[in-house]
Design a protein around this ligand. Structure first.
Ligand code: GDP
Ligand code: MG
Length: 479
């Protein structure tokens, strides 16, 4: 953890996507999440960064003075810096006896990821990202050491001791990377299998959204589980999966994921993809936005484009406008200049407004998911053998059954009227398409309005055969 006093620096170039009202807001949240105490902030508007120190000369001096005055030991840039710029900046702002560390946004995020990685998978991803990020910096580090220790000059064509060390380090790093990536590959293919199995057996819903939007709070409220919810970015890197009862004895598997952030460093996109595995394969996605945040529209755009990027674009997405209680309470605050709920409704007509804290809007959310799970509910007659106890039980539990008719199938040569137990039942029930699909994996034959509901066998495309998700409530029911 970066338990240090820090100064934040942001350089706003033309066309950058910073929040004008609070340009360093996200960086501040990130720094605080990493454990730093922010004591000062510095902004500069520039056409383009200058090469050596990124900031202009005057601004570097201003930064050095600020660091000295506030006793900061850490400088965090919102912009991405090259290894040599970091080195030059460290020289400029460090005092004689007080070294000051300069890091950029990527390094800050890596540090947070490293501290939050609790699963083996997350740890592997973070170490890979860190090594990939560090490797290009080794040169700057060793050439820097060469100068500090007065060693052999390090430059083009020279091979001082630093240079040899650099070669050795590079080889160690690349060997370690190969080993880590192999292990990660194994972990991930196991995980992919698990996700695919979950998907085959249940209707799955993934919660995604910008960090701090209230995903974990919503997850906890819906599942009464124990996901960690805190006013911190990426409180956890783990995906949690819990059962959520959406009514009518229908439950779905809900997953909570890490949050999205603006301009995710490209080294982290891969790890991000893996943490989003559950969401990518979910049958439906809930995009949670903090509707009380000024930046929410930008955040919603970010989430949508990242989802497209990682390939989560085949399932329906439902926008959930969260923290509506806060919109109400901030309405009279001039500075807030928030979108009102009406403005949101105009922009996102299908969105569902909720408050994860108060539970407002949960009924609508549940109804929306239930209709997805059940799909096209109407009155149908289902004919099944009475011996199919599990099938009949499932229909009785999940659907409103209005009529039950029993009948006997006559064998050839059997006299009508001979007393025998009925062996068929006809249930008249309100049942949805998906609920019917969900009955198929039970493997017991039945007819819906006189027709076999099993898919016709004319699938020449040879595409992957998918089992219908089913809604059996207890895992014991599953074959
Ligand atoms: P996540 O990063 O998306 O998982 O966000 P969290 O669930 O950890 O929530 C972030 C912060 O927002 C916490 O302090 C929550 O208490 C707060 N929060 C979440 N939902 C609501 C809400 O509906 N209303 C208000 N006022 N605060 C909320
Ligand atoms: Mg969370």
């Amino acid at each position: 953890m970066l338990a240090e006093t820090a100064v934040l620096v942001g350089v706003r170039m033309r066309g950058s996507r910073m929040d004008f009202a609070d340009p360093l807001g996200e960086l501040r949240a990130l720094a605080e999440t990493a454990g730093a105490r922010v004591v000062g902030e510095l902004m500069q508007n520039r056409e383009a960064p200058t090469g050596r120190t990124y900031l202009g000369k005057g601004k570097v001096e201003e930064l050095a003075a600020m660091v000295r005055e506030l006793g900061a030991r850490l400088v965090v840039f919102d912009n991405e810096l090259s290894p040599s710029q970091i080195q030059a900046l460290e020289q400029e702002v460090s005092g004689k006896e007080t070294p000051v560390k300069v890091i950029d946004r990527s390094e800050l995020i890596l540090d947070i990821f490293a501290n939050r990685a609790t699963t083996r998978e997350a740890q592997l991803q973070v170490e890979i990202a860190q090594l990939e990020y560090t490797a290009p910096r080794l040169r700057a580090m060793w050439s820097h050491l060469g100068q500090v220790t007065g060693g052999a000059p390090v430059g083009v064509g020279t091979r001082g001791p630093g240079e040899q060390q650099l070669e050795i380090d590079r080889r160690i790093v690349s060997r370690r990377l190969v080993a880590l990536k192999r292990e990660l590959g194994d972990v991930q293919s196991r995980k992919r299998r698990e996700v695919a199995e979950r998907r085959a057996e249940h209707f799955t819903v993934g919660i995604v959204g910008y960090t701090n939007a209230g995903k974990s709070t919503l997850f906890n409220a819906l599942t009464r589980g124990g996901a960690y919810a805190a006013d911190k970015l990426f409180a956890t890197l783990m995906t949690r999966v819990e059962r959520w009862n959406v009514g009518g004895a229908n439950s779905v598997l809900l997953s909570d994921t890490v949050g999205f952030i603006r301009d995710l460093p490209h080294h982290l996109v891969a790890s991000f993809r893996a943490t989003l595995e559950d969401a990518i394969h979910a049958h439906a996605l809930l995009i949670v936005v903090d509707a009380s945040d000024r930046e929410a529209p930008m955040q919603l755009d970010t989430v949508r484009s990242v989802l497209d990027e990682v390939g989560a674009n085949t399932q329906p997405r439902h926008v959930i406008l969260n923290k509506t209680d806060r919109i109400e309470s901030l309405r009279h605050d001039e500075r807030a200049s928030l979108r009102t709920l009406d403005e949101w409704r105009e922009r996102e007509p299908d969105a569902i407004a909720i408050s994860a804290l108060t539970g407002a809007g949960f009924d609508e959310l549940r109804a929306r998911i239930l209709s997805l799970v059940a799909g096209g509910v109407r009155r149908r007659t289902i004919r099944a053998p009475l011996s199919s106890a599990r099938l009949i039980d499932a229909i009785e539990k999940r659907c409103a059954v209005s009529e039950r008719r029993y009948s006997t199938e006559l064998d050839e040569g059997q006299r009508p009227g001979a007393s025998s137990e009925p062996d068929w039942v006809e249930l008249v029930a309100e049942i949805g398409d998906r609920q019917i699909e969900a009955l198929l994996p039970l493997g017991e034959p039945f007819l819906v309005d006189g027709e076999d509901p099993r898919p016709k066998r004319a699938n020449w495309s040879g595409g992957p055969k998918r089992r219908a998700p089913h809604l059996i409530d207890t895992p014991e029911d599953v074959d």
